[in-house]
Design a protein around this ligand. Structure first.
Ligand code: SF4
Length: 257
């Protein structure tokens, strides 16, 4: 299980490594895939009672990072780095150490971001997941409301830190809601749009829906100088548009460095 603590990351996070301070998460979101994987593999019995990693264990793993230069480390893919005080303290300590090794962190939470983050490396990327603006309790019963997350993220953005919102893995089957989230989060540097799990509509319509949302987000982000990450791809045979293979590629913006 130790090799889960620091591992080479792949996929949409765009990071080189990931680190997690616990197995399990008190937020217990209804859509959590990490919970399913951990339970299936017998790593934990009760997802809401996390097994915390020792700092010494984490630091030992961090020594692997000293072999690399200028990496981006994702904190944390399969638990929330700020779900409670224990993880929060550990996360801040680990982020500091990663920064001291010359690496940057990409930090994502459904909790309340500690303002202490503004005193760490200004090269870190600080984000909050937002799947709904109101009534987020249905999907995320034990995490702070989206508005509380956004208020804290805004304070951090106002200090000149690179901030982002992550709209995934599940978004409501409500186009207006996505637009409202983007407008509320207009202060961020980046919108990561990955939500595929719209409720209650067939797969083909989900993709269509996502393309509509992508159109809006592309224009919105362009007008507001926000970087848009949109990992949508549509298979050729679906043929919703004329272009082949990756339909929205013209909509991807290069991330600012
Ligand atoms: S915050 Fe993330 S890790 Fe925690 S329960 Fe929700 S989806 Fe899972």
């Amino acid at each position: 299980m130790n090799n889960r603590i620091l591992y080479k990351a792949t996929g949409a996070s765009g990071c080189d490594f990931s680190i997690e301070t616990a197995i399990g998460c008190k937020f217990n979101c209804t859509y959590c895939s990490s919970k399913l994987i951990a339970k299936r593999n017998g790593w934990i019995n009760n997802w809401r009672k996390p097994i915390y990693k020792d700092i010494s264990e984490l630091e030992k793993k961090l020594s692997e990072l000293s072999k690399h230069k200028n990496c981006l480390v994702f904190v944390s893919p399969t638990t929330d780095p700020f779900m409670d005080k224990i993880t929060s303290d550990k996360s801040i300590k680990i982020i500091k150490e990663i920064n001291n090794l010359g690496h940057r962190c990409r930090i994502l939470t459904k909790g309340i971001l500690p303002l202490e983050l503004v005193n760490l490396s200004n090269k870190n990327e600080v984000g909050a997941t937002v799947t709904k603006l109101k009534n987020s309790k249905k999907l995320e019963p034990f995490s702070p409301s989206s508005e509380k997350r956004l208020l804290q993220l805004e304070k951090i953005a106002n200090k000149g830190i690179y901030t982002f919102i992550s709209m995934q893995p599940v978004l409501d089957n409500n186009f207006d809601e996505v637009l409202q989230i983007a407008k509320r989060a207009v202060f961020v540097s980046e919108i990561f749009f990955g939500g595929l799990g719209y409720f209650g509509i067939p797969q083909k319509d989900k993709i269509k829906k996502r393309l509509e949302v992508s159109d809006f987000l592309f224009e919105f982000c362009g007008n507001n100088d926000i970087v848009l990450f949109n990992d949508i791809y549509v298979r050729k045979e679906i043929n919703l548009r004329d272009e082949n293979w990756i339909i929205p590629i013209k909509k991807l913006k290069v991330k600012k460095t």
